[in-house]
Design a protein around this ligand. Structure first.
Ligand code: DCM
Ligand code: DCM
Ligand code: DCM
Ligand code: ZN
Ligand code: ZN
Length: 247
């Protein structure tokens, strides 16, 4: 997702934190002089894209997504995630640091930023693609009279058609109530594996006819994107509540 999607996911989650998790989040965010998860949700993209910082953070680039092998969308580690360098493994990795109160607060805050961001990204269907097109980055489309790629349509183009800022967008989705979750696919020892497999399965059906994103496409797919934002927000709250319980 772009900044809008990430902030929406973070805001939905923040509204559903337990008292213990809320207090710990507030404590960690105070280091950055903010109170809002939405504020820090895009930080992993900012450091990745900032010419002055990106070299330092180049190892994090692969952590934003996973490429599946084929349309079966079955996660097979380590085949599909070499050395743990993908979003499925990055989420539990940073959750462990976040939950470890012997770690310095600065490290736990950084882990919080990665968890918030990656739980969002793993729900963006094309961050779990299986086609040989870099998650839709190499699939060109026409959108609103312009050339674009399908990845950007899903990161930001679709969501921006609502013309809402992140606060209004989150409020709108929150008004629909708690997000229903898709049924379990299979027993997983990592919930993030299921979230990525769901994304992969969604990508089977989102390639437009004739490379054209028209109004019918937006009408059909924007609700899919909204569902993924709501699921991400609900699940982010759940994992934060678990990681930040009182001992
Ligand atoms: N900052 C910001 N928006 C936030 C949080 C922080 O613009 N929500 C700015 C304020 C600080 C700068 O980031 O000047 C650096 O923050 P830090 O002290 O955490 O490095
Ligand atoms: N920052 C932020 N929101 C932004 C841009 C920056 O909160 N949209 C803050 C977060 C960090 C600081 O800027 O406090 C830069 O990161 P770092 O703490 O690594 O210097
Ligand atoms: N991306 C993805 N799947 C890939 C490659 C990239 O989901 N196989 C994502 C990561 C970024 C965006 O696409 O959000 C652009 O990637 P990059 O800047 O690395 O080209
Ligand atoms: Zn993306
Ligand atoms: Zn990202």
């Amino acid at each position: 997702w772009g900044p809008l999607g990430h902030s929406v996911v973070a805001e939905l989650a923040q509204r559903h934190l337990s008292p213990a998790a809320e207090a710990e989040v507030e404590h960690l965010l105070a280091l950055d002089h903010t109170k809002s998860l939405a504020d820090i949700a895009s930080w992993p993209d900012e450091i990745r894209n900032d010419p002055k910082q990106q070299d330092l953070w180049k190892e994090t680039r692969a952590l934003h997504y996973i490429d599946f092998r084929d349309q079966s969308c079955k996660y097979v580690p380590p085949r599909d995630c070499k050395n743990g360098q993908c979003v499925v493994e990055a989420i539990p990795h940073y959750l462990i640091i976040l939950s470890d109160r012997s770690q310095p607060d600065a490290a736990r805050l950084q882990a919080l930023k990665f968890v918030v961001h990656f739980v969002g990204d793993i729900h963006q269907p094309l961050h779990g693609g299986y086609r040989d097109d870099a998650g839709g980055n190499a699939y060109q489309v026409q959108f609103q009279g312009q050339g674009m790629n399908l990845h950007r349509v899903w990161d930001s183009g679709l969501l921006s058609t609502r013309g809402l800022d992140w606060k209004a967008y989150a409020k709108r989705l929150n008004a629909e109530g708690i997000a229903p979750l898709p049924p379990p696919i299979a027993p997983f020892d990592k919930p993030s594996a299921q979230w990525a497999e769901e994304s992969c399965q969604i990508t089977r059906d989102i390639y437009p006819n004739n490379h054209k994103i028209d109004q019918a496409y937006v009408d059909a797919e924007l609700p899919v994107a909204d569902s993924r934002l709501r699921e991400a927000g609900r699940r982010l709250a759940e994992v934060l509540n678990l990681a930040l319980q009182n001992d």
